[in-house]
Write a protein that binds this ligand. Structure first.
Ligand code: SF4
Length: 144
């Protein structure tokens, strides 16, 4: 979904978005109810931190995400996020993704407008309760 601005090779080298410190647990992907059967072999509900205070997503393997193209929508979309800001749903970008953060916000806004906005809107309509709350310092790229 993001191939034009973030390649699979970029992600394979990094994997930052698949491990979480306690303060980042809200970033864990939301598991769509329609797909619980698909994800039943991975215990997404049990969160255990290692000795470094890090929780690795149970679907993260040595070669990257074991779910491949079946990974949750949140993961396909990251570092972009649909977030609730008051009565609005906004599309933001996480400042944690170094590769995407190198790009100008104008370019990212254009990418969201042309490639992501419709897909995000469809998801927001289907799973409105799953949209995460807005986090300060996340640049807003679009109001849906
Ligand atoms: S489901 Fe896959 S892409 Fe998503 S956080 Fe887990 S390992 Fe990473």
């Amino acid at each position: 979904m993001l191939n034009r601005i973030l390649t699979e090779a970029d992600c394979a080298q990094c994997r930052l978005c698949c491990s979480f410190f306690e303060s980042e647990i809200w970033e864990m992907p939301t598991i769509d109810e329609d797909f619980t059967e698909l994800y039943k072999d991975y215990n997404f509900g049990e969160i255990c931190f290692d000795e470094n205070g890090l929780y690795r997503c149970p679907a993260l393997g040595e070669a990257g995400c074991k779910l491949g193209s079946n990974r949750p929508f949140d993961c396909k979309l990251w570092p972009f996020r649909a977030m609730k800001l008051g009565e609005f749903t906004v599309v933001t970008v996480s400042p944690l993704c170094k590769k995407v953060s190198e790009k100008p916000l104008a370019e990212l806004s254009q990418f969201v407008n042309f490639e992501l906005a419709d897909k995000i809107k469809a998801r927001v309509l289907k799973y409105p309760a799953q949209i995460k709350d807005y986090i300060k310092d996340y640049p807003i790229l679009k109001v849906l």
